[in-house]
Write a protein that binds this ligand. Structure first.
Ligand code: ARG
Length: 473
């Protein structure tokens, strides 16, 4: 038999004669998770008080007392002196309870024209808005590290792959710049999602609004929301803003996991393209020679966590009738977890990329093994000899297999041998057979020539400045 909790809840216990069951309390409480919203909760209460004074529901002195009390509560929480109580369920009731201890029965006026249903979702929206801004700054930081490394390696030859088989020469800078683009879209998605996060549900009450003459515009403005939500039932029961954020987050995590996987691959003996800094690797307790890319592997694994958060909240919301139901209390677990996971992943990735040691020789060797200029040879046959591409493709295929048989690179193939395959080929062909040459010729917009990469870097830098409303060069 579960033991009964002594004190019935003072905030809603009016119609209850005894205490609640200990199991009831255990499943119901969320304070361990939602205490994280304390700052937003107090900010929302402050805005609510200011509004209540403005519309005459509170006397000015009452407002001042409430604000002072709330400020003290905030101070206590921030200095670690605040005693959180499990039986008070959540952050909202913990704060209000302490306020009553500090200023007496006047604390009871704070909840005029308000419900925890609109309060909690207002807190979450505010909190998430701040986190989105933080994540955007972190992402920009990572982009800047990638840009820096790209600039440094705008001309560093490496094999570009399809099917993880050597395909065509690219530069390490070009490869890294692909991630700058991906993360740029993640930032756009974050900003876009922020617009829908930044709507004020405050004043929706429990579900149907209130008979008090509240001023929703006023609280919305104080809290910096972009607009007031138009329907009170929607206001308290929607969590699509969280789901949207989680899906943006999942995408971001997928991008990071691809780069993480490449780092894992590139650090293997087979590739040997890069070395991670010692600080971002671990050793093995048994094999002394090991330097393992654990951090990269963990970032690679994180989309599982993100997808878990997204699917968990999706299932919570599926088929939930309007309006509020306690199911929704579970939103915060997924949201907080996702934000923490993303934050750490971005920071870790930035550190790894910053400290990468690049082995140009290994990259160049891998390139030489893979006939990366075969496409250039075919293109040359088209451009110089007016041979239809399909035929040029066939001729090139024969030359490559001959080179393979002789253990030669294309640039080392004697002219006579190539002419045996097609007599029209002349000296000029060597112009395109060296990877460096081939690379220099890839000048189409968005292409991999060092000149294009440098242009892309400069353009990206300008774009970031523009995003921040800063000076454009
Ligand atoms: N802790 C609750 C949550 O996070 C606050 C809202 C409670 N509302 C209620 N009607 N019990 O969802």
């Amino acid at each position: 038999m579960a033991e009964e909790v002594e004190m019935g809840n003072e905030m809603w216990g009016g119609r209850f004669s005894g205490g609640v069951d200990e199991l009831m309390e255990r499943i119901n409480r969320s304070i361990d998770i939602d205490k994280r919203l304390y700052k937003e909760d107090i900010a929302v209460s402050m805005a609510h008080v200011s509004m209540l004074v403005r519309v005459g529901l509170l006397k000015r002195e009452e407002g001042v007392q409430l604000e002072e009390g709330l400020t003290r509560v905030l101070g206590e929480i921030e200095s670690g002196k605040f005693g959180f109580h499990d039986h008070l369920e959540d952050i909202h009731m913990n704060v209000e309870h302490r306020l009553r201890e500090l200023i007496g029965p006047l604390a009871g006026k704070l909840h005029t024209g308000r419900s925890r249903n609109d309060q909690v979702v207002t807190d979450v929206r505010l909190w998430l808005r701040g986190e989105i801004d933080g994540l955007e700054i972190l992402l920009e930081g990572l982009q800047r590290v990638l840009l820096l490394r790209s600039r440094e390696h705008a001309g560093t030859l490496m094999p570009g792959y399809t099917h993880l088989q050597v395909a065509q020469p690219v530069t390490f800078g070009h490869h890294l710049m692909a991630y700058v683009e991906m993360l740029g879209r993640d930032r756009e998605r974050l900003r876009d999602c922020r617009v829908r996060v930044n709507e004020s549900p405050l004043g929706s009450g429990a579900l149907s609004g209130t008979s008090f003459p509240i001023d929703r515009e006023h609280t919305s403005e104080i809290l910096g929301f972009g607009c007031v939500m138009r329907n009170s039932m929607d206001g308290v029961s929607s969590r699509d803003f969280v789901l949207e954020f989680l899906s943006v987050g999942l995408n971001m995590s997928l991008h990071l996991s691809r780069l993480a996987e490449e780092l894992v691959l590139w650090t293997t003996e087979g590739f040997g393209f890069v070395k991670l800094s010692e600080g971002m690797t671990t050793g093995s307790s048994m094999m002394p020679q090991k330097r393992n890319p654990d951090a990269a592997e963990l970032v690679r694994a994180k989309p599982g966590q993100l997808l878990g958060c997204l699917s968990s909240l999706s299932v919570v919301m599926k088929g939930l009738p309007l309006t509020y139901a306690k199911d929704m209390q579970e939103d915060k677990k997924s949201l907080f977890d996702a934000v923490d996971t993303l934050t750490l992943s971005i920071l870790v990735m930035g550190e790894m990329v910053r400290g990468l040691e690049v082995d140009k020789v290994s990259m160049r060797k891998a390139l030489d093994k893979g006939y990366p200029t075969a496409t250039d040879l075919a293109d040359w046959l088209v451009q110089e000899l007016d041979i239809p591409f399909r035929e040029a493709h066939r001729i090139t295929g024969r030359i490559v297999s001959e080179a393979e048989r002789l253990g030669l690179q294309l640039s080392e193939m004697p002219l006579e041998l190539m002419r045996e395959t097609d007599g029209r080929i002349g000296e000029g062909v060597y112009e395109v057979l060296l990877p460096e040459r081939s690379l220099d010729r890839r000048t189409s917009f968005g292409g991999s020539s060092p000149a294009c990469v440098l242009r892309a870097i400069e353009e990206a830098e300008r774009r970031f400045l523009r995003d921040r409303g800063g000076e454009e060069k």
